[in-house]
Every structure is written in structure tokens, then in C-alpha cells.
Design a protein around this ligand. Sequence first.
Ligand code: BES
Ligand code: MN
Ligand code: ZN
Length: 493
Amino acid sequence: MNLTFNKCDIHQSTDDCTAVFVYQDRSTFSRQVKAIQLKLRTTIPAVDTGDFKGKDGQSTVLYVKRSASLRRYILIGLGEQQRLSAERIRRAAAIAARKARSLHASSLSLMVPVPSQRFGEAVAALAEGAYLSLYRFDKYLTKEKDSPSGVETLTICEPRGANARQGKRIVDRTKILCEATVLARDLGNAPGNEIYPETLADAARASSRRGAYDASVLDEHEIKNLGMGGVLGVSQGSAHPPRFIILEYGNPGRRPVVLVGKGVTFDSGGISIKPSAGMAEMKMDMSGAAAVIGTFEAVSRLKLPVHIIGLIPAVENMPSGSSIRPGDILRHYNGKTSEVDNTDAEGRLILADALAYAEQYKPTAVIDLATLTGAVVVALGHHATGMMGNDRELMRQLRQAGEATYERLWELPLFDEYEKLVKSDIADVKNVGGRWAGAITGAMFLKKFVGSYKWAHLDIAGTAILEEPGSYTTRGASGVGVRLLTEFLRRWK
Ligand code: BES
Ligand code: MN
Ligand code: ZN
């Protein structure tokens, strides 16, 4: 996808479609409409009938004869100017982009909404909403020869070109972020027969070459020598051996932020097997890993002045004669033991090793992302990631990055009283906590393996895997975490 910034007014646009944004407020609306009519020398019937009033999310297509050709203009409502937000702009841009696609346009320009107080934010939101809304996971669809290939060129336009340099810089940056988000989506949507631990490691290596960051991969033998009993245990029932992926970017002289991603490339549940309905979704159980790889690609290509380490335990959770059993006891990287009560609570078993491994880096913060529990989806649905942790300031800053990117976080408590739910009589901790507070008991298990660092756990089970398309997401993998973490790292001191 081409995404650029350009100086251009609506009557000069030569693209297949041009999106123009208007506010609902009476005087602004009529002034904007008047300007459009004047420049394009046309009436706007949908405005004259009152069908189009500029309400948030409203749209209408306008066909205009210009010299020899007919041009399409998509008018999009932004609602009241007072209530404008980056998210509203993303969604409005997404409506325009999907409309353009449905009209078989191959190029679309989007006019920066005026007036908009924060130019940079508006440009980024336009680019993001349009780009991400056009995502499709179609590499396995064998195409018909004459089917249109979709919108290929997006141009963010500003008539006066006053902020051209800033606009270009922001659009270039946004393109990198969107490409990294798409990478995370593609990894999530890829089926389990394509992405398994070895190929997830290959994908991380390929990304590290694109971003010029470091990737090293530990094999089963090395994982065993390190004593990562969780990674080893969960993977032992699979024909695919585990991998432990270590990423590094930035100045090694600075204490790093460590990003940990759950990399279960397929979660059948193991011996505690899942019901078959919906099991296919569990190809996306490596979405935490995908978010970490995507973030590394974005941060490295953006050359952010940070030092980050990525840790990805990658396994496939399968039932077989060699699988771990309920009742088994595993010994983790830091020597602590866990009782496996349910082999479907496998994510925490592999994250335990990674969180313990993180301590050696003396990190300023450790953030793990995991599709850890169905319980967090029951609690928050698909609109917020569950956040738990041990440091208020870290969680506050993550929450703020969540507001800015609209990858929103909501905190759940880790009160001491929850600890006894994961108590085991025969090991240091038990991997399930019973019926209640499932998202929290998942985190209480992880907490046992957290070192002396500041830590936040993001349970993305609901936000990484979507059952329905959103304004700029599709059914399936959302790529959540990439924009969030990149924004967080941009701000973190
Ligand atoms: N990967 C699943 C969690 C999940 C469920 C992610 C639905 C996305 C959508 C995880 O490994 C799991 O199976 N968790 C169990 C834990 C339970 C056995 C304590 C769960 O949530 O049921
Ligand atoms: Mn599971
Ligand atoms: Zn899982």
C-alpha cells in the first residue's frame, strides 16, 4: 500500500476517489459545504434534501463532472467539532477507505479536516484509519484474473501545503506503524500449519533483518540446559519442538524495557483438551508474540531512542502420548515449581520461564502480552485489554498510551487475598485458580515468577482475537499491542 502526504486541493485531485470531511455544527457545516460547492461547481443533493448533515459516521458519495471525466467525492461527517477525537477521525477515514474500495477505486485522497486544532494528530489518525481498515488476510484466496486489486494508493492531502514537512514526517511514521500492525495481524491469522515455533522464529528473524535489530533463537536443547521446564513441558506433546526467541534493539548501555509475548502457536488445550467449537481461533494464541515482533519492527524502523529486549517462549500445545498430564509438576527457570492442574492453562507455564529470565537484564520495566484467559473476555469483552501489575506509574503510562492509540486498557486488582487461589499443597504454585476471577488468578500465577522489577501484565485474549469486524479491524487478529507499545515506548523515560 502506498501512503503519502501531498499538497492538493479537492478540485485538483486526480484520484479515483476524494474524501472530504465536514463537521455537523450548523455554521461550520454550511460554510464547508459552500466551499465544496464553489470549488467543484456543483450542488450537493444529499445536503439539499437534508439527508446528509455531517453527523459522526454519516457519508454520501458525490459524482462531479470535471473537464472530460467524472470524479467521485466521498463526504464524511465528523459530528460536532467540540467532540472531535483522534478515534473519530480514524473511523471517518476508515469509512471513506472502505467506501472507496467498494466502488473499486484504486486510489483515494483524504483531505485533512479543517479546522482541526491538532494538525499532526489529525494527519496520523487519517492515515491510520484508512490504512488499517483496508487490511485483508487474503493470501490463501486464489484470485480470479479480473477481480479488482483494491485501493493501492492513499494520499493525505492538505490544500495550502503549509505544514508539508510535518505532514510528510507523520505520514511516513504512521506507515511504519501500520505495516508493523499488519505484520502482527498476518502472524495471528496465519494458520497453525504455517506458523509453529520454528517458523515463528523464522518470522522474527526476517523482521529483525527488516528493522536491523538483533534476533537470536534458542532451540530445545538450549531451553533444556537453561532449565525452562515450563516451555519444555508444554511443548513436549507436540511434533514441533519449542523455541525461545530473544530480540534486542537499541543502546545496550541503557537499562532496557523487556517485552514478553506469549507464543503458543496453537492451543488445543493439550490433555485437558478444548471443545472443538471455536478451537480454530487458538491459532491466534501467539498474538502476544506477534505484538512483540511487530513492536520491534516499528520501534527499530522508527529508530526510537530506547533499549528494548523481547522474550518469546514459542510452543505448540497438543495432546499426545508424550504430553504433560494434569498432576504433573514442572520446575521453572528460577527453580520454582508449578503443579499442572489443567494442561489448558499453558500460557502461564511458559511465561513463568520468560518472566524469570527477564530479571538478568535489570529492566526498568517488564510488560508481558498474552492471550491468557477466556475470563478476561467474559469481564471486558473485546473493547479493553485487562491490565494487572505491581507498579502504579508504569500502569498509568500504559493506560495513557492506550487512550492515545485507542488500544484501551482496564485495570483489574491483584489483592493479596487472591494468592491462596493458586496455592498448591505439593508445589510452589498451581496453574489454575478455580471458577472465579480467572484473569486475576492467571496474573497471580505469573506474579510468582516476576523479579524485582516493575511489571505489567496485559491479558489481550479479548482484544487480539475479534469475532466481528470493527471500523478499522477485521474479524480475526487485530494486531493489538503494536501501536500501544510503540506509543508507550515513545513516552517512557
Ligand atoms: N489461550 C487460552 C485463553 C483464551 C481463551 C484466549 C479464549 C483467547 C480466547 C488459554 O490458554 C486458556 O486456555 N485458558 C484457560 C485457563 C483455564 C484452564 C484456567 C481458560 O481461559 O479457559
Ligand atoms: Mn490454553
Ligand atoms: Zn492458550
